[in-house]
Design a protein around this ligand. Structure first.
Ligand SMILES: C[S@@+](CC[C@H](N)C(=O)[O-])C[C@H]1O[C@@H](n2cnc3c(N)ncnc32)[C@H](O)[C@@H]1O
Length: 475
């Protein structure tokens, strides 16, 4: 099997093991606890710091417990200003820390190596944090999608790849190259290959239940099995006549059918368009159970075709649907993310992801009490999506965000404060009133290093040492 090779791989392959362990230190002033409570590490968390260290700090509490990870790392476009700054013990990578080599720009011949060296240990830690039934979603574009996929195959296993979803992220195209780029991707991997993804609720835009009868909303699909592999020759029990009462169409133009009443009814059998015998999808028993004389209470009806013949149809009433691998709704456009963030009164952050995109990821793989982690948090869209979903379905999902820039307080946490407390100028009534919730803001403490403990150079307090010890023993 081909393997992923890149400059520096041998040094960072097990770098996640040597990242020093640090404590999470609660900053009460920047936290927003539920009324009457003190900030606690068991609450939603916003962590200010490099995610390599933050993820390590989360290990004692959260290894194997995160149900959904969504990350939106630097795409390595060459103009985002991201820097390689991991302290890996190799001359090559010490060179990469040099100011002249940072930020990583388009001319840097080692930019893909640097990006992989930055991502690899973080993905390893994310893999360890993911629950056995957990799923990771990674936003990315053409700059690194091929490298990211190879790295994820390495770390999560090729067999745990689920999808490379295409997102229509732009309406007009970002760069007017020969071909305007209007899409990006979300890669989906899971911890195991036996994940049951949830279905999505049909909303107004994608709702195809256009008719309604006494049993509720419905639409129809042909009862004939359109797969040419199946027919009377190998499914003789599925080839039987259904009789149509052609005299009494209901308000929507559907006719009653029967399996037994042939007087004055028209006989219809399953033939394909060129007159070849095919078969129904249901056996006779199932058809009988689904027929009512009143078409408004029946699940099997007939529809008149343009050529004067009749189509036997099943009514379906499903209110959910399985997601497809192309997400092209307007709610996934990057420009929607900007509009949503501006509506919160926050204008400084560029290209936040739209709430709808992250909400859809979370909906696919979480239940009420699950934990969602975003270790490249930016403006905090993931927390916004979690709080909105909880509000909509009464769930109690929890979020953990990590952001290394100083705007972790002024943008990331500030957005979450506004979502919780309400935005007086918001058009949406729920947002105006505030969605409720709480969080604890943390900084990273000093590293707990065995060498420094042994030499007495720095001694952690008893609690920190005990938690680090339990983590190492347990894992
Ligand atoms: C593309 S933005 C994410 C935007 C986010 N999805 C949103 O909707 O606002 C990437 C973010 O990751 C942060 N970041 C990059 N490297 C990081 C690291 N090593 N640790 C923590 N945060 C990091 C950047 O500062 C930036 O805010």
């Amino acid at each position: 099997m081909p393997t992923l090779e890149f400059k520096g791989k041998q040094y960072i392959y097990s770098h996640h093991h040597s990242v020093p362990f640090r404590e999470l230190l609660v900053d009460s002033k920047k936290s927003l606890p539920a009324s009457g409570n003190k900030p606690s590490l068991d609450d939603n968390l916003i962590i200010h710091g490099d995610n390599l260290h933050a993820l390590k700090a989360l290990m004692p509490h959260y290894a194997g417990k995160i149900k959904c990870i969504y990350i939106d790392p630097p795409y390595n476009t060459g103009n985002e200003g991201w820097c390689y700054n991991d302290n890996v013990n190799s001359p090559l990578m010490k060179q990469w820390l040099d100011k002249n080599a940072n930020p990583v720009d388009k001319e840097d011949m080692q930019r893909h190596d640097k990006w992989l060296c930055m991502m690899y240990p973080r993905l390893k830690l994310l893999h360890e944090l993911l629950a056995d039934d957990g799923v990771i979603f990674v936003s990315i574009d053409d700059n690194e999608v091929h490298n990211l996929r190879a790295a994820m195959d390495d770390i999560f296993g090729e067999e745990n790849f689920y999808s490379q979803v295409i997102i229509r992220a732009n309406s007009r195209g970002q760069t007017y190259n020969q071909i305007a780029k209007t899409h990006e991707y979300v890669l989906l991997y899971a911890k195991t290959s036996e994940i049951d993804f949830g279905e999505l609720n049909k909303d107004e835009e994608n709702n195809d239940l256009n008719f309604s009868d006494k049993l509720g909303k419905y639409n129809v699909r042909e009862l004939r099995n359109r797969n040419p592999k199946f027919g009377k020759h190998n499914r003789p029990n599925l080839f039987y006549p259904i009789f149509v009462n052609t005299n009494s169409a209901d308000k929507d133009g559907f006719f009653p059918v029967s399996l037994t009443d042939s007087t004055n009814f028209l006989k219809v059998e399953p033939f394909n368009s060129v007159g070849k015998e095919s078969c129904w999808r249901w056996g006779e028993d199932k058809s009988i159970k689904n027929i009512a004389l009143d078409t408004q209470a029946s699940n099997l009806v007939a529809k008149r075709k343009q050529d004067g013949g009749y189509l036997i149809c099943e009514k379906y009433r499903k209110t959910t649907f399985k997601p497809k691998s192309i997400w092209d709704d307007n709610k996934f456009l990057t420009e929607s993310g900007t509009v949503e963030l501006n509506a919160m009164g926050i204008k400084e952050f560029q290209f936040p992801k739209p709430i709808g995109l992250i909400k859809q990821c979370i909906q696919l793989c979480t239940n009420d009490d699950d934990i969602i982690l975003d270790s490249f948090a930016g403006s905090g869209t993931t927390a916004h999506a979690v709080l909105e979903l909880n509000r909509e379905d009464g769930g109690n999902r929890k979020f953990i965000l990590v952001e290394m820039e100083d705007y972790a307080d002024t943008t990331t946490a500030e957005r979450v404060r506004r979502v919780i407390n309400g935005v007086p100028t918001a058009k949406d009534d729920k947002l105006k009133a505030g969605l409720g919730g709480s969080f604890t803001f943390c900084e990273l403490g000093k590293e707990i290093s065995i060498e420094k403990i042994i030499t007495g150079e720095s001694l952690p307090d008893y609690g920190a040492l005990a938690r680090a010890f339990i983590y190492y023993v347990e894992t």
